[in-house]
Unconditional design. Structure first.
Length: 273
């Protein structure tokens, strides 16, 4: 995969001071509730909605990611993190708010049309076909493509060499960490413009978590912005350019990863002090 030199200095870049036009981030110990997303590459803007005709789960919730960034969503169980991801991916009817990708309003597009527009999404559960081989999972990922998918598969194998060794094995036989690699690899097969990951390190050991984070950083360095939900909040915020703390479907805190890690309220409430 190609490298972009401007992205080599990874992690905790304070874009609020580098972005021209100025951000709205508050510096010091306090973090913003809402981000400035006017020009964001991918943004779920002021999203309000729930499942079917049920009660609203998201309340005026805004989540965004920009090129070169890893944006991380953290928050308690049931806070609406997955619901926010699903809303951005088009699996939820929003009652208010919009979703924009690269300046285009995609609020009314189906998930499949969003994939065609360049969104890659790895859901929290059921994110691989367990009875199919690793290679077949990757092929399925490329279902919308009509061109030669082999170079992309080689790139996925370069990123996750173990998947090449196991390419003929049923994905269900792989370890938890390797399954997550299959899931991320499958999403990369569409050559997405932006990658959304819901708890990519769920259920893996700390060592495997670190490895997965390293691979995710590597993907982001190829120029693909990453929006991910993580329950390993502290570790995820350490690699986050931008972090969102959601509580009960609302933006509670927003800042750079570093700002959130330094925020007393965030530390006390969400990071165990
Ligand atoms: N398919 C669904 N239909 C109806 N309600 C749902 C559905 N999925 C989730 N919910 C509800 O939406 C709320 C938010 O759930 P969500 O899964 O978005 O939380 P989360 O922050 O991702 O939690 P977790 O950390 O456990 O993954 C919860 O009250 C949950 O019960
Ligand atoms: Mg979830």
């Amino acid at each position: 995969m190609s490298r972009n030199a401007w992205q080599e200095d990874r992690g905790n870049k304070d874009r609020s001071i580098t972005r021209s036009g100025g951000g709205t981030m508050v510096h010091g110990s306090a973090t913003d509730v809402r981000p400035d997303t006017t020009r964001a590459f991918l943004v779920g803007d002021s999203m309000t909605g729930g499942y079917g005709t049920g009660a609203d789960i998201l309340h005026d919730c805004t989540i965004a990611v920009d090129p070169g960034e890893i944006a991380v969503i953290v928050g308690p169980n049931g806070a609406g993190k997955s619901t926010g991801m699903k809303a951005i991916f088009g699996m939820l009817n929003l009652r208010q708010g919009s979703v924009r990708l690269d300046g285009e309003d995609i609020t009314d597009l189906s998930p499949q049309d969003r994939v065609a527009k360049g969104m890659g999404f790895v859901p929290q559960t059921s994110n691989i076909f367990t009875s199919m081989s690793v290679e077949e999972n990757l092929e399925m990922g490329a279902f919308i493509r009509r061109d030669d998918i082999r170079p992309t598969m080689e790139q996925v194998f370069e990123l996750f060499p173990i998947l090449k060794d196991k390419r003929r094995q049923p994905a269900g036989e792989l370890s938890g960490g390797q399954r997550q690699q299959v899931a991320v690899g499958r999403a990369l097969m569409t050559k997405p413009k932006v990658l959304m990951l819901d708890e990519p390190t769920a259920g893996v050991s700390p060592i495997v978590m670190d490895e997965l984070f390293d691979r995710i950083i590597e993907v982001s360095r190829t120029g693909i912005p990453i929006l991910m939900v993580e329950q390993n909040a502290r570790q995820a915020l350490e690699i986050a350019d931008r972090g969102y703390v959601l509580v009960q479907g609302r933006n509670a805190h927003t800042g750079t990863g570093r700002e959130l890690l330094a925020d007393d309220d965030v530390r006390r409430s969400f990071l165990g002090g």
